[in-house]
Design a protein. Structure first.
Length: 205
DNA sequence: CAATAGATCATCT
DNA sequence: GATGATCTATTGC
């Protein structure tokens, strides 16, 4: 049972518009819900963001940037709209979107997408053959592998280029559910995980 | 179904 | 030298 694209590349570009830099210029807890429903593209593959977590920089012990500026966290201290990509558990890449103004190291972790175009390419990259849509990119490590996002994309400009985020001309209507974040040890009760409510492609139902 | 072990390495202490 | 913003396979109920 091969997965079929919901849209082709032309239709996707026709129905979406680029995001300007100032779209990203807000605190992470406001950017995260705003990114739900937006489309993340890389080359011939793309998916709609359905789950994201906010990390609030210096005021958030769970955030990498809370312990200050290092070689790894440098990009978060710069202007918004750039990619913060890092390796976790020795094997998975995680994609974050830098939020807020220069000097304020907020970011949003993209945790799940609904695959829209290039599904066959994504399935091949993940060696995924179950034919079930939800499992293809419902997790931070799964989506980066499906979209071939790696550490070389650290610092990529997400407003343009091959790795980028666009917004629907007609933004979809949906409820947002907010829960605590996944997999962290500090600030575990903070409700900073934003989910497209009842969407099948969210991680950890 | 839920719980858990193991894989694996850049980054920071 | 320890530690993860994870995933998968496997075990056990």
């Amino acid at each position: 049972m091969p997965l079929t694209d919901k849209l082709n590349q032309r239709q996707l570009l026709q129905h979406t518009v680029p995001l300007a830099r100032d779209f990203f210029d807000r605190p992470a807890d406001q950017l995260a819900p705003a990114l739900l429903g937006c489309v993340l593209l890389h080359g011939k593959t793309a998916g709609m963001i359905v789950e994201a977590e906010a990390y609030l920089g210096l005021t958030d012990v769970a955030a990498h940037a809370s312990r200050g500026l290092t070689e790894r966290t440098r990009i978060m201290f710069g202007p918004p709209g750039y990619a913060y990509v890092y390796l976790i558990y020795g094997m998975h890449q995680c994609l974050n979107v830098v939020a807020a103004k220069e000097g304020i190291p907020h970011c949003v972790l993209i945790r799940a997408i609904e695959p829209l175009t290039g599904l066959a390419i994504m399935a091949e990259r993940r060696r995924y053959s179950s034919g079930l849509l939800p499992g293809l990119a419902n997790g931070p490590g799964k989506l980066t592998q499906a979209l071939a996002i790696e550490r070389k994309h650290y610092g990529a400009d997400l407003t343009k280029g091959t790795l980028r985020i666009r917004q629907w001309h007609d933004h979809p209507n949906f409820d947002i559910e907010i829960t605590p974040r996944i997999g962290i040890k500090d600030n575990i009760d903070w409700p900073m995980r934003f989910i497209w409510a009842r969407h099948p492609c969210v991680s950890r139902r």
